[in-house]
Every structure is written in C-alpha cells, then in structure tokens.
Design a protein around this ligand. Structure first.
Ligand code: C2E
Ligand code: MG
Ligand code: MG
Ligand code: MG
Length: 281
C-alpha cells in the first residue's frame, strides 16, 4: 500500500491503515455476493415504559452472519452497504424479516426499526418501504421508524418528505442518537417526529452534574414540544432512578435486557408480566 503525496513522494500507509483498507474492501466484496435473505439476522431489544414498567416495543438490531467473516456488527456493515449502493436491498430484507417476526408478538407490542440516511434520501424515497408495510398486513401504527440526525443533515427537504409519507401511512417516527453529531434544535420542530431517543453517552455520564442537566433539559424540551423521550443505554439501577426523577418517558438498555434472539421474546414477555403481577400483590 503506497501512494504519492502532493509533492510526489511515495508515502507508505501504516500497517494498521493498510489492514483497514483491506478489511473494508473484503467486507464489501463479501457483502456484494452475500445471500442477504439468509445471512442477515436481527436481535430484538425491549423498550420499556418508565411509568408502568411495561414493555412497549422491541427495536430490531441487525447482524450479518457472513460465512467468510463470521458475525459482523451493524456499525461495520451498514456503512459498507451504503457506500456499495446495497443499503436499499439490505433495508428491505430487514424490514420484511422484522414484520414477519411481529406476527408472533402480542398485538400491543410495537416494532422500532432503524433506517439509514440513504433510505430516506434516495430518489425512490421510502415508496418501497411503504409497499412492504402495506403488504405485511401489520398495523402501521405499531411501527416506529428511527432516523438519525445525520440523515437530516444530508438532505433535509427530501428527508422531511420521506418522513411525512411514513407519518401519513400511520407509522411513528423517532430521532435516534439525539445529542450527538450535528444536533440542531432548529429542525426538530420542523419534522413530524413522535419521539426523541437521547444518546447513550449522556446516560453513561449521568453521575456527572453537567450531563445530568443536559438530559433533564432534553426531556423537558421533549415534553414541551409534545414529544416522548426515550433514553438508551440504561445499565444500572442508579441510572434508572435518576432518569425516573427527570421524567423520562421510556428507556432501553442492558438493565432491562440485551438484544435477544427472536425465539426468546415470548418467554421474556411472560417473565416480565409475571414479575409485575407479583409486585402488584
Ligand atoms: P442504535 O439504533 O442507537 O442502537 C443502540 C445500540 O446500542 C445497539 O447496538 C444496542 O445493542 C446498543 N445498546 C443497547 N443498550 C445498551 C446498553 O445498555 N449498553 C451498551 N453499551 N449498549 C447498548 P448495535 O446493535 O451494535 O447497533 C449499532 C447501531 O447500528 C444502531 O444504533 C443503529 O444505528 C445501527 N443499526 C442496527 N440495526 C440496523 C438496521 O437494521 N438498519 C440500519 N440502518 N441501522 C441499524
Ligand atoms: Mg436505533
Ligand atoms: Mg441510538
Ligand atoms: Mg447508534
């Protein structure tokens, strides 16, 4: 791995850099020939109502089981899929799978589904996603699409138009990873949002006075604007206690459950309901 710098000298990449480039190319090559229908899988993590303790929904979190590379995390393969122009197909396969999984769930349990910036900014927009929801027979009101701020920074007008289409269908919309990246409060009120997911980094630092003030003002802002707040990454009972005091609406994190295989969902719901019933007595 060598390239010429501006003065025409040959510059050698460090071994680490070379290895990274090799990996990216490798991942892309395997993804291009992957059998998405069989190799993409999803784990599901519950989102809990802090007032009632009830499970409201599960967020689908993608994994790619590559025969050559093993289990690949979404933070790794989603950006590669975006660059390789494969994200549209990846998202469609994942959405179909998640909706199929929902048929096994109680009617009152919703699905949270992550969309990439490309999904809501692409030329054909979300038209194909709308068709998939319609074909599934699942009530669109049970679906919450999570969109990150990066998507908004990319093409605000197109993103808003796509979001409007999903709203018209009856779906809910969440702004994911709020507080990271290009947070701009100026656009939040111009989008048809239902919920804001406060990024995990703020919860991690909640013992810190400043981070805790940020969380408090973000949840206050949400309720002033008629939006629900979801806190991600809750790991300890202490964090949960602080968040309850602050009036957060919903929470998600290892304290409740790690992302689980779909076959575990029924048992998990039965256990949490039994626990709640015992506490009520
Ligand atoms: P995200 O949507 O913000 O999802 C939350 C991430 O935090 C997940 O990582 C989850 O496993 C992790 N997490 C949840 N609770 C805790 C906790 O208490 N502690 C810690 N340390 N981590 C926690 P994961 O599954 O690796 O997903 C990473 C990101 O990849 C997601 O962030 C999302 O942006 C993206 N992603 C996942 N699935 C999809 C998908 O189907 N489509 C797209 N476009 N992106 C996806
Ligand atoms: Mg998410
Ligand atoms: Mg997030
Ligand atoms: Mg994230």
């Amino acid at each position: 791995y060598a390239k010429r710098n501006l003065r025409g000298q040959t510059v050698l990449f460090s071994d680490k850099h070379a290895a990274e480039i090799r990996t990216q190319t490798q991942i892309e090559r395997h993804l291009l020939s992957a059998d998405l229908e069989h190799e993409l899988i999803q784990l599901f993590q519950p989102i809990v109502d802090l007032k009632t303790g009830r499970v409201l929904s599960f967020e689908a979190l993608a994994r790619w089981y590559s025969p050559q590379l093993g289990l690949v995390a979404p933070d790794v393969f989603i950006p590669v899929a975006e660059r390789a122009g494969l994200i549209g197909g990846v998202t469609r396969v994942l959405l179909e799978k998640a909706l199929r999984e929902m048929r096994n769930w109680p009617e009152e349990i919703g699905l949270s589904f992550n969309l990439s910036a490309h999904d809501i900014c692409a030329a054909e927009g979300v038209v194909r996603l709308v068709a998939i929801v319609n074909a599934s027979g699942i009530d669109p009101r049970r679906i919450d699409f999570e969109i990150t701020e990066t998507a908004m920074a990319h093409d605000f007008v197109k993103a808003r138009q796509s979001m409007q289409m999903l709203k018209t269908l009856g779906c809910h919309l969440s702004l994911d990873d709020f507080g990271t990246g290009y947070s701009s409060l100026s656009y939040v009120h111009r989008l048809p949002l239902d919920r804001i997911k406060v990024d995990r980094s703020f919860v991690t630092d909640i013992e810190n006075d400043c981070a805790s003030k940020v969380v408090r003002s973000m949840t206050g802002l949400c309720s002033d604007m008629g939006l629900k707040s979801i806190i991600e990454g809750v790991e300890t009972p202490e964090q949960l206690g602080r968040l309850r005091e602050m009036g957060c609406d919903m929470a998600q994190g290892y304290l409740f459950a790690k992302p689980m295989h779909p076959s575990m969902i029924a048992g998990y719901l039965a256990d949490t309901n039994r626990l709640k019933a015992n506490h009520a007595v």
